[in-house]
Write a protein that binds this ligand. Structure first.
Ligand code: ZN
Length: 197
């Protein structure tokens, strides 16, 4: 996360949750990643993959990720991908319906929790305190705040050839087009080869 620019646009907690949503979508949905086919990991590997995907962003979440919770997160990730895709394709109504369905199904609700450094911070909880419920509710709420807050154009799907990984654009000029510098460089190199062919 490019901290300073991200915090200008999104509340920092929401920015963290959006990065978590990106990380989960990219780890848990089939498609293509940086020029290669990508398949959702096998069930046996899912808890570890999910833990790694949210690890940087959710130090405080409980990590009791069992098979049922892993399965739930894969389903949630697929539905979150639909929000990114719809915004990329200029279908905000589709994105809004997908977000509303996620909010409903995750039963997301705000709550003030004691912040690590003292004071209070708004967190988004699910119906219980399990990892999957909390994580799903947090991601759904962050997507709602992005789509409803006029920043929906910041949700993107990589435009590089053979890649469909998603991203949140925190650049100052909202000009990001790729999931990663790897895809940006790949695209530049391909254009260079095409010009010189
Ligand atoms: Zn990409």
């Amino acid at each position: 996360m490019e901290g300073v620019t991200g915090q200008v646009m999104f509340d920092s907690h929401v920015a963290v949750l959006l990065e978590q949503a990106v990380s989960l979508v990219n780890a848990l949905t089939d498609g293509e990643a940086r020029g290669r086919p990508y398949a959702t990991p096998d069930a046996a590997d899912l808890p570890e993959v999910i833990d790694a995907a949210v690890g940087r962003f959710a130090a405080s979440l409980p990590r009791d990720i069992d098979a049922a919770q892993a399965d739930y997160m894969v389903g949630t990730a697929r539905r979150m991908r639909e929000v990114f895709r719809a915004m990329q394709d200029g279908e905000p109504d589709v994105a809004a319906r997908a977000v509303n369905a996620l909010l409903r199904d995750t039963a997301a609700r705000p709550r003030l929790d004691r912040a690590a450094g003292g004071g209070w911070q708004v967190h988004f909880h699910g119906p219980d305190d399990s990892f999957a419920a909390g994580c799903g509710a947090g991601c759904a709420t962050a997507l709602a705040l992005a789509v409803g807050g006029g920043l929906a154009g910041r949700l993107g799907v990589c435009r590089a050839d053979r890649c469909d990984r998603v991203y949140v654009d925190t650049s100052r000029n909202a000009a990001r087009q790729y999931c990663s510098t790897a895809c940006q460089n790949r695209t530049k190199a391909a254009a260079f080869r095409a010009r010189n062919a």
